[in-house]
Write a protein that binds this ligand. Structure first.
Ligand SMILES: C[S@@+](CC[C@H](N)C(=O)[O-])C[C@H]1O[C@@H](n2cnc3c(N)ncnc32)[C@H](O)[C@@H]1O
Length: 226
């Protein structure tokens, strides 16, 4: 199948038309299965969802008890798909230049968006800056299996046309090094595989076996001097 390759910003503006605020494909389902459980273990006061898209994670962050829940994205078309509420602020900005003071949030989530970011170190440093001491960072990325097998990220727009999104592959070691340089301590890494058993996943398994498809990281900013 031939398709054009779009930059992330152009892609997400277009994709927003067909991007509901729920896990709507096998990859998102397996990702949410892991991330939702990590978020549910948190008791937060101020939570941030970086690259929130259509706001899939905003209700789950609110369920931690957070008084403030903010969703940030650089696509205004995606933010327009978020169901707003007074507790949920929406911010249009770049994840690599967060418009927040140091230590503004005690819980930060970033689902399936760092694959759009070239400067992994800068992104990780910026999230660490915005986190309180003792605060938790939970994020997911496309597993290195994607680069290894040259899988393409594609989507259909509202007219049924297929487009490809360019993405930046990051190795697990690159994530670990970036987290360490940003002063964050890794608590857990998970590498889930597809769980669905529909035709598309069966066809995928026939061709590729059952490799991990997502990498999920949970890190903490250690407490500073008391
Ligand atoms: C694959 S979507 C994931 C959306 C949502 N996190 C989810 O999992 O349902 C990636 C989102 O990240 C946003 N994004 C990518 N790079 C960004 C950046 N540098 N700053 C802010 N948002 C970004 C895109 O606009 C898009 O909405």
């Amino acid at each position: 199948m031939k398709s054009d390759v779009l930059t992330p910003q152009a892609a997400y503006d277009l994709w927003s038309q067909t991007y509901p605020p729920i896990a709507h494909n096998p990859l998102m389902r397996v990702e949410q299965d892991v991330v939702e459980r990590l978020i549910a273990q948190q008791r937060a006061t101020r939570a941030l969802d970086v690259g929130t898209g259509s706001g899939r994670y905003l209700p789950l962050l609110a369920a931690t008890g957070a008084r403030v829940v903010v969703g940030l994205d650089f696509s205004s078309a995606m933010l327009a798909r978020c169901a707003g509420s007074p507790r949920r602020g929406l911010v249009l900005a770049d994840a690599c230049r967060l418009p927040f003071r140091r230590a503004a949030f005690d819980l930060i989530n970033a689902s399936l968006m760092v694959g759009d970011v070239r400067d992994l170190d800068g992104w990780t440093r910026e999230l660490a800056r915005t986190l309180t001491y003792g605060g938790h960072l939970i994020y997911s990325d496309f597993h290195p299996s994607w680069a290894q097998h040259s899988w393409r990220r594609t989507f259909r727009d509202a007219d049924g046309r297929t487009h490809e999104v360019a993405f930046q592959p990051h190795a697990i070691d690159d994530h670990l090094a970036a987290l360490e340089r940003a002063g964050l301590a890794v608590q857990a890494i998970r590498e889930p595989r597809f769980k669905d058993d529909d035709t598309s996943v069966r066809e995928f398994r026939r061709q590729w076996g059952n490799p991990p498809v997502v990498a999920v990281f949970h890190a903490v900013k250690p407490h500073g001097p008391q």
